[in-house]
Design a protein around this ligand. Structure first.
Ligand SMILES: Cc1cc2nc3c(=O)[nH]c(=O)nc-3n(C[C@H](O)[C@H](O)[C@H](O)COP(=O)(O)OP(=O)(O)OC[C@H]3O[C@@H](n4cnc5c(N)ncnc54)[C@H](O)[C@@H]3O)c2cc1C
Length: 403
């Protein structure tokens, strides 16, 4: 009987094994995960779960009995240390497991602060795993003081939760503005104002020089502008790197992630990759996405291709972020935009539409699900939109769909 092995029991790995069974694969499936928990969703880790508003079981992507019911061997708390593509085996501890086809869904690793500037002090947290957040939770209480390093989505979401819990929050962003890597100045302005209104002290163009500590625990920080802070804990949200170490060791090609073709096949025809760790062909170049929708869609596409479907992966990017009572929904990819059109909505809702020349690329919609939905449909269909209609709050967006 054919044996498919999947390394990485996260969002993509769980989706991949479920789709293999859904598509009728009757062979053996083994899903191996380094974390000691059944596959769970990460987005609530910096949102409802950190806030204490969500029970652990609700994080699970599928009920615990799903894997047994589907005849999937789930090996949790076990790290694969080597792949031998010639022998078609993987090594876990002292055990060597043979595969017919292998999928890598190893996700990504958070960037950490170097130990030389205090990154190894106690009370310094990254936000990637359930264990990270469970360790941080006792600090996220009234009167504590936190420094958040990095003004991307993870840092801002952590800031929102901490502020809601009565923590005194300072956030530093080395770039000129928060969200610089991912959004237009308009979106940065919106979230800066939102956080300011909740008492978060956002300092842009300011980096961290070093952390200071007493008895091995962080107690303060010196910032790049020379200012000093007294602290109880630190949250590091300075980005992630695709988890490619295992693939590199196995001699697979790497290009900002594990390099795949449009089917998800790596440079070894029996090995596939999906999710945060995979870079795939897109337009004239390559793309690697760090999002739940991508992890699911790509993993499902790859599962089909492991069974011979031969369908190229076409991403339909979307993303969301929750901060206070604002839901940000993003459709498309804004890379290369040269114009932003603002559509005011009701109350605090607004959407920013990104164009490159006449082409609509992406939409950031704050508390405006309708603008998001219409923008997404247009982008997914490869259509564009009339900027004058978008900018006119009295104009019906639905007209854009008919154009
Ligand atoms: C705090 C947080 C908030 C987020 N919020 C959003 C959001 O709002 N919207 C959104 O779209 N996305 C969000 N994301 C991103 C999203 O969660 C990821 O893009 C998604 O989880 C990627 O899925 P994946 O399966 O590729 O990787 P992961 O879910 O990270 O799974 C990879 C798994 O592989 C395991 N692994 C790695 N190497 C090995 C090995 N050698 N042996 C065994 N196991 C191994 C890892 O331990 C890990 O469990 C968020 C992420 C975080 C951390």
């Amino acid at each position: 009987m054919s044996h498919f092995v999947v390394i990485g029991a996260g969002q993509a790995g769980a989706s991949l094994v479920a789709k293999l069974r859904k598509d009728g694969f009757e062979g053996e499936i083994t899903l191996i995960g380094a974390e000691p928990v059944v596959p769970y969703q990460r987005p609530p880790l910096s949102k409802a779960y950190l806030l204490g508003d969500m029970a652990l079981e609700r994080l699970y992507l599928r009920p615990e009995n799903f894997y047994g019911d589907q005849n999937v061997t789930l090996r949790l708390g076990q790290t694969v240390t080597a792949i031998d593509p010639a022998a078609k085996t993987v090594t876990v501890g002292d055990e060597v497991i043979a595969y017919d086809q292998l999928a890598l869904t190893t996700g990504s690793d958070p960037r950490r602060l170097p130990a030389a500037i205090g990154g190894d002090l106690k009370g310094v947290f990254t936000v990637r795993t359930l264990a990270d957040v469970d360790a941080m939770a006792p600090y996220v209480v009234e009167e504590k003081r936190v420094l958040i390093v990095g003004g991307g989505y993870i840092g801002l979401e952590a800031a929102a939760v901490a502020a809601k819990r009565g923590v005194k929050v300072t956030l530093v962003e080395m770039a000129d503005r928060i969200l610089q890597r991912v959004a237009a100045p308009e979106t940065s302005d919106y979230f800066r104002k939102l956080h300011g209104g909740h008492g978060v002290d956002i300092r842009e163009g300011v980096g961290l020089d070093r952390l200071t500590g007493t008895d091995g625990h962080v107690t303060g920080a010196v910032l790049s502008d020379g200012s000093e802070l007294d602290l109880d804990f630190v949250v590091v949200g300075v980005g992630i790197a695709p988890a490619t170490g295992l693939a590199e060791l196995a001699g697979l090609e790497i290009d900002n992630g594990i390099k795949t073709d449009s089917l998800g096949q790596t440079s070894d025809p029996s090995i596939w990759a999906a999710g945060d760790c995979a870079s795939f062909p897109h337009g004239d170049g390559r793309l690697r996405l760090e999002s739940v929708p991508n992890a699911i869609d790509q993993a499902e596409c790859v599962a089909g291709n492991m069974l011979g479907a031969e369908v190229g992966y076409v991403p339909k990017p979307w993303f969301w972020s929750d901060q206070y009572d604002v839901k940000l929904q993003i459709a498309g990819l804004n890379t290369g935009f040269d114009r932003i059109v603002t559509r005011p909505g009701e109350g605090s809702s607004v959407s920013y539409w990104y164009f490159k020349g006449p082409q609509l690329l992406a939409v950031d919609a704050m508390n405006d699900p309708r603008a998001y939905m219409i923008g997404k449909r247009l982008i997914d269909a490869g259509k564009t939109a009339d900027p004058d209609v978008i900018a006119d709050p009295a104009a019906d967006l639905k007209a854009l769909m008919r154009a």
